[in-house]
Design a protein around this ligand. Structure first.
Ligand code: GDP
Length: 513
């Protein structure tokens, strides 16, 4: 990692097939970037990590795991956090979003905003992190650009500001016009970047010029005003058009990205903002990834640095337990050969080898005063199953596997109050499959699932639940942190319950804070 360069840390969120991988690859190319050991994506190139449980990804051609990449552009170090594309893993994506300062939303111009990813966009919006939008696949016959803007504004309740504007689309695509620079980037499929002054161009027909000038006038007069404040507060999204596959508009996007993306932001611990430039080193773990290297069954905990400076060999404390540990060579890695990190700054992500000490959401700090970055809110699960080991004699492996997979955040675990039955909760069915697969392959335990009809989880944030309030249809369980959670079968029974007990306060996971 490069000391002293300013940092910009972001993640791309998009619906599968919108072009996230293609855009990421083009960005990496422009910045001489490297993909690190966590990279398993490659459904097109066939470059899969060989780790065995990732078979599931191979079979389905989806990315379950995520990774960290880095590029340097315009004297800025850009850290890209990859996110799994499939909606069943949106909880994982959500946790990754807590570790970035900016999100880039890639939208397929043909499809517009797709329902499955809406939830994630809304999470970004709710957290007030800046969102930059890249409307991709301009080389195809897509929706009308004005309609796309209207859709973003309506669905996300966010202002838009097009930084550039397409001239034609699909077969008639001629270029994109930069509003600020009054220049045209000419479209060609040779992946060459040709930019001309609008006033000097000769390639546009009169009707194309007319249409463009009309559009731009409309945007100037009826569109939103651009202010950096609005961008940084997540109230306005700058919109870029382009085609990742043709490398068209990608560099123009990157040129602006380095200015628009937010620098490392202070994060809250115990209600207080921790400054990024204090002396105390601190960070939190937002992801734990197991078995990235099939040769050793290791786990890597991904740490987002929030303040101070990471130096190899430093002594840190795990706030949750007060345990001290030295972050020695064996703890840190970067790049495909797991090159050791010596020095890292706020905004950077480092990987720490983990032998089972860390949990997702853990804070580590230097100094003697422990503090805890705000808890990682949970994504409300929508699928539940009672589980047990098929072979009761395997209870030791069963508990070990479950503990580790829960620490990693693979699934959410609940217990019933009296019988201590285990219930797992997930956002999507695939999460169950990954859990089942890993329990079998890594811990040699066959799991029996009894799927439940419940679909909603609500944390009880105020009030007491007594036995007479619940039954098998509205069930009380405890989560990993021993908090009371009610499981309901549908919205109707939830509403009925709330009407009956108006003094109780129930909340979905991400509202907990
Ligand atoms: P992801 O699932 O969001 O990571 O999407 P990918 O980057 O894998 O792209 C999905 C498909 O769309 C692939 O077949 C890409 O080649 C294609 N694709 C990506 N960008 C463009 C583009 O600008 N134009 C066209 N026509 N296809 C694109």
């Amino acid at each position: 990692m490069t000391a002293e360069l300013p940092r910009k840390t972001f993640a791309i969120i998009s619906h599968p097939d919108a072009g996230k991988t293609t855009l990421t690859e083009k960005l990496l190319f422009l910045g001489g970037g490297i993909r690190d050991a966590g990279t398993v994506k490659g459904k097109k190139s066939g470059k899969f990590a060989t780790s065995d449980w990732m078979e599931i990804e191979k079979q389905r051609g989806i990315s379950v795991t995520s990774s960290v990449m880095q590029l340097i552009y315009d004297d800025v170090q850009i850290n890209i956090l990859d996110t799994p594309g499939h909606q069943d893993f949106s909880e994982d994506t959500y946790r990754t979003l807590t570790a970035v300062d900016t999100a880039v939303m890639v939208i397929d111009s043909v499809k517009g905003i797709e329902a499955q990813t809406l939830k994630l966009f809304k999470v970004c919006k709710m957290r007030g992190i800046p969102i930059l939008t890249f409307i991709n696949k301009l080389d195809r016959e897509g929706k009308d650009p004005l309609d796309l803007l209207a859709e973003i504004e309506e669905v996300l309740e966010m202002e838009t500001y097009p930084m550039n504007w397409p001239i034609g689309m699909g077969k008639t695509l001629k270029g994109i016009y930069s509003r600020e620079k009054n220049k045209i980037e000419i479209y060609n499929d040779q992946h060459e970047r040709v930019i001309v002054d609008y006033d000097e161009q000769t390639m546009l027909e009169d009707y194309e010029k007319e249409k463009l000038e009309e559009d731009v006038m409309l945007l100037d007069e009826a569109g939103n005003d651009f202010t950096m404040d609005k961008v940084r507060n997540g109230e306005l999204t700058p919109v870029f058009f382009g085609s990742a596959l043709s490398s068209f508009g990608v560099q123009s996007f990157l040129d602006e990205f380095v200015n628009l993306a937010a620098p490392p932001q202070p994060r809250k611990a115990g209600g207080e903002l921790i400054s990024t430039d204090g002396d105390t080193f601190s960070g939190f773990i937002f992801k734990i990834q197991a078995n990235m290297n099939p040769n050793h069954r290791d786990r890597i905990a991904f740490l987002r640095i929030c303040s101070g400076r990471f130096q190899r060999g430093m002594e840190v404390m795990l706030s949750r337990t007060g345990k001290k540990m030295k972050l020695s060579q064996s703890h840190s890695f970067f790049a495909s050969d797991r090159e050791t990190v010596n020095d890292a700054l706020p905004g950077d992500i480092i990987g720490l080898y983990d032998s089972g000490n860390f949990e997702v959401g853990d804070t580590i700090v230097t100094g003697s005063e422990a503090f805890q970055y705000e808890e990682m809110p949970q994504f409300p699960p929508e699928k539940f199953a009672k589980i047990m080991a098929k072979n009761a004699l395997k209870h030791k492996q069963y508990h070990k596997g479950m503990k580790q997979l829960v620490q990693e955040g693979t699934i959410q675990l609940y217990r019933t109050p009296y019988f201590d039955d285990y219930i797992i909760g997930a956002v999507g069915e695939l999460q169950f499959q990954v859990f089942e697969y890993r329990m079998k392959n890594e811990y040699n335990v066959d799991i029996e699932f009894i799927h439940m009809t419940h679909e909603l989880a609500r944390w009880v944030t105020k009030g007491e639940i007594t036995d007479n309030m619940t039954d098998s249809r509205k069930m009380l369980v405890k989560d990993q942190h021993d908090r009371s959670v009610l499981l309901f079968e549908n919205e109707f029974s939830l509403r009925f319950f709330q009407d009956k007990y108006p003094d109780l306060k129930l909340s979905t996971g991400w509202e907990l804070l």
